[in-house]
Ligand binder design. Sequence first.
Ligand code: HEM
Ligand SMILES: *[C@@H]1O[C@H](CO)[C@@H](O)[C@H](O)[C@H]1NC(C)=O
Ligand SMILES: *[C@@H]1O[C@H](CO)[C@@H](O)[C@H](O)[C@H]1NC(C)=O
Ligand SMILES: *[C@@H]1O[C@H](CO)[C@@H](O)[C@H](O)[C@H]1NC(C)=O
Ligand SMILES: CC(=O)N[C@H]1CO[C@H](CO)[C@@H](O)[C@@H]1O
Length: 331
Amino acid sequence: MASKTLLVLLLPFNLVLFLSILAEAQLLQVGFYSKTCPNVEDIVRKEMTEILSVAPSLAGPLLRLHFHDCFVRGCDGSVLLDSTKNNVAEKEADPNKSLRGFGVIERVKAKVEKACPNTVSCADILALVARDAVWLSKGPSWPVWTGRRDGRVSLATETKQLPSPNANITRLISNFAAKGLSVKDLAVLSGGHTLGTSHCSSFSERLYNFTGKDNLHDVDPALDKEYVPKLRARCSLTDNTTIVEMDPGSFRTFDTSYYKYVAKRRGLFHSDASLLTNSETKAYVQRHADGLTAEFFQDFGDSMINMGNVAVLTGNQGEIRKKCYVVNKIN
Ligand code: HEM
Ligand SMILES: *[C@@H]1O[C@H](CO)[C@@H](O)[C@H](O)[C@H]1NC(C)=O
Ligand SMILES: *[C@@H]1O[C@H](CO)[C@@H](O)[C@H](O)[C@H]1NC(C)=O
Ligand SMILES: *[C@@H]1O[C@H](CO)[C@@H](O)[C@H](O)[C@H]1NC(C)=O
Ligand SMILES: CC(=O)N[C@H]1CO[C@H](CO)[C@@H](O)[C@@H]1O
């Protein structure tokens, strides 16, 4: 995928021809809506610019929504569906309790529906919104491959496939491999934690109860000892409401400082710290702790394209949802 992006960059003049050839082989394509909804990317960008100018802290949650969509049942908009009388949806499950930004997706979708009814999927809107959230936070932009269709199923039980913040590197690598994503994708996409916040409950066991002893010495040894009191001052073991910046000092700016924190053993989650326990991910963290912004930005776009390809529905599969929180009625 990375090489394809590079090719796209190298071949601006043949872009249209090139992409239409690629489209034969590829399920998604850049500009899928160029005939059916030519302004869709402008509409999304305009809405996102307005939304983030008022509420910049939504950039993180919106990026995370696309990740959670893609890791459960593929990027099919299933994370957006509400529960029904007979079904508990993904968004009700534990890992999703902290998801935010659903209102933004509905707002953007409504604008797109007005311009191009029944044309653009919610799954694609999520992918475009995630890209714009990063770009508007001073991060990279990348060509979003579109043409996803929306699923009709969302099951809370399937969110078990999401990686846990307590995961070790073996577990993280296998979580990603199960979605066709590489060790490099893991190192790169973890850099998404340069944006946003976490609830204390996602990491407080590391501060007080790492091995279940529940005392002040029961600390995750992978955490910088000098950082522990700072985090403890913010979070008790049972606090599930306080939020903490994952990349303190620049949590609204997409940059490489996440890697600087992880390299200093100050990543918030055990999963962040785990990146230092594998030679490839460790090398990535250490190299980017010193900057290398341009390379990280290129990598991040490439890996987002990879993630956006996970188990997508295309062609006649699924549907184009009218509203993102509910499947279409079947007559
Ligand atoms: C590698 C495995 C990953 C794990 C274990 C993980 C875990 C978490 C956890 C526990 C939170 C905090 C939730 C809360 O308590 O509020 C979080 C937040 C976040 N994650 Fe991840 N994540 C992973 C990968 C990713 C990826 C691939 C992305 C996107 C590329 C991402 C983007 C984010 C963002 C932007 C936030 C902040 C959300 C907010 O501000 O509300 N994460 N993640
Ligand atoms: C990693 O975690 C899994 C459980 O999630 C466990 O089975 C495995 O033993 C752990 N591996 C290492 C090397 O600690
Ligand atoms: C501490 O960890 C143990 C083992 O994981 C768990 O059973 C216990 O509930 C935890 N204590 C608190 C107060 O969360
Ligand atoms: C937070 O913790 C309180 C007290 O332990 C509990 O009643 C509440 O349900 C928790 N909230 C969430 C969102 O988990
Ligand atoms: C955003 C969202 O739908 N959050 C839900 C997560 O799950 C809890 C219950 O487990 C709901 O109360 C939230 O509304």
